[in-house]
Write a protein that binds this ligand. Structure first.
Ligand code: PRT
Ligand code: ZN
Length: 299
């Protein structure tokens, strides 16, 4: 008899997405051992193997059906998708969910002394980038004709070296731009880590585990901001108090021993609960307010 077929998921081997991706898998309950060559994590309690690769290879691995799943920056996914589409090839990876880490933006940045007055200022210039397809799409959308200089890295020094006039690169804190005397002038796209999957049907034995893993990942995403709120409220204030609970649709109302006027309200709030929310609840008549973290959730 065949052993259980194993799902293959590709993540970045060492880089900005690695720790968060391994942490996400651990939160989904995966226990793994890492191979001696560090290129594979073997799932010990799930039929799941995690391949550790360069982020740029992740969409290709799904495209070629080597892996069913991948976690990679949206910027890499989009660049690859546009590149395939330009060659008339159908992309065989689709985005399942955003993962709320690896946030950055792809921006146009110009030398500090550059008098920028809108996209038309870029007409006829040379723009250095690692993402030629995304940049070309943006330029076309703006009706700007400019030269795209494709570099594999160190984009921020291209203007100083005379290889380009301006750049299009990923930015998070902005300190790299500042250190290189560049000013951010346009956002080309926003990015964060995303989960991609193959649209090709997978074997039945794998499908069950894949569905389970995707549900757990979804659950992990949902609990991040979620809080469980418990409070006491006068019955008369219930509509107002229910309306103040952020991201909660159906609070549970529980009777309180010894009183008919007051009830206990329990609710899962899917959005962050701030002090201001508690103060508003209190002003609406709530008392004994407790906010608890939610550890796991299976919607
Ligand atoms: O070796 P491998 O090819 O796997 O790694 P890599 O060097 O290509 O990727 P890595 O680890 O740098 O980034 C992986 C992913 O993280 C990217 O594809 C993005 O989706 C995301 N990400 C988030 C970023 C940044 N923030 C980021 N700031 N990727 C790169 N940067 C770089 C940027 O290119 C610039 O050089 O950081 C510098 C700017 O940072 P700030 O903070 O100075 O603005
Ligand atoms: Zn890379």
């Amino acid at each position: 008899m065949d052993p259980t077929p194993r799902i293959k998921l590709a993540i970045q081997k060492s880089g900005r997405l690695t720790d968060n991706s391994l942490d996400l898998l651990a939160r989904c309950g995966l226990k793994y051992s890492r191979a001696r060559d560090q290129l594979l994590c073997f799932g010990e309690n799930m039929p799941l193997d995690v391949l550790l690769v360069r982020d740029d290879d992740i969409p290709d691995l799904v495209q070629e059906d080597v892996c069913e799943l991948g976690i990679v920056g949206l910027n890499v996914v989009e660049e690859k998708r546009l590149g395939l589409a330009a060659r008339g090839t159908t992309p065989l990876f689709e985005q399942v969910m955003t993962l709320d880490y690896g946030r950055c933006r792809m921006s146009i940045a110009v030398p500090e002394e550059f008098a920028y007055s809108g996209p038309a200022s870029l007409e006829g210039l040379r723009i250095a980038t690692t993402y030629p397809n995304i940049l070309a799409r943006w330029l076309a959308g703006q009706g700007v004709r400019a030269g795209v200089v494709t570099l594999s890295g160190a984009v921020e020094i291209a203007p100083r070296l005379g290889r380009a006039d301006v750049i299009c690169d990923l930015v998070s804190t902005g300190s790299t731009l500042a250190a290189n005397h560049l000013t951010e002038v346009e956002t080309v796209m926003e990015s964060q880590a995303v989960l991609i999957r193959t649209p090709v049907p997978v074997a039945a034995g794998k499908q069950d585990w894949m569905d389970k893993l995707l549900k757990r990942m979804d659950g992990v995403q949902q609990v991040k901001e979620s809080k469980y709120i418990m409070l006491h409220a006068p019955r008369s204030a219930l509509p107002q108090i229910a309306g103040l609970l952020p991201g909660s649709e159906h609070p549970t109302i529980v009777p309180l021993e010894g009183t008919d006027e007051k009830v206990a309200v329990h609710a899962v709030c899917r959005e962050n609960v701030f002090w201001e929310t508690l103060e508003r609840l209190k002003a609406a008549g709530a008392s004994a307010i407790l906010v608890l973290p939610v550890e796991k959730m299976l919607p």
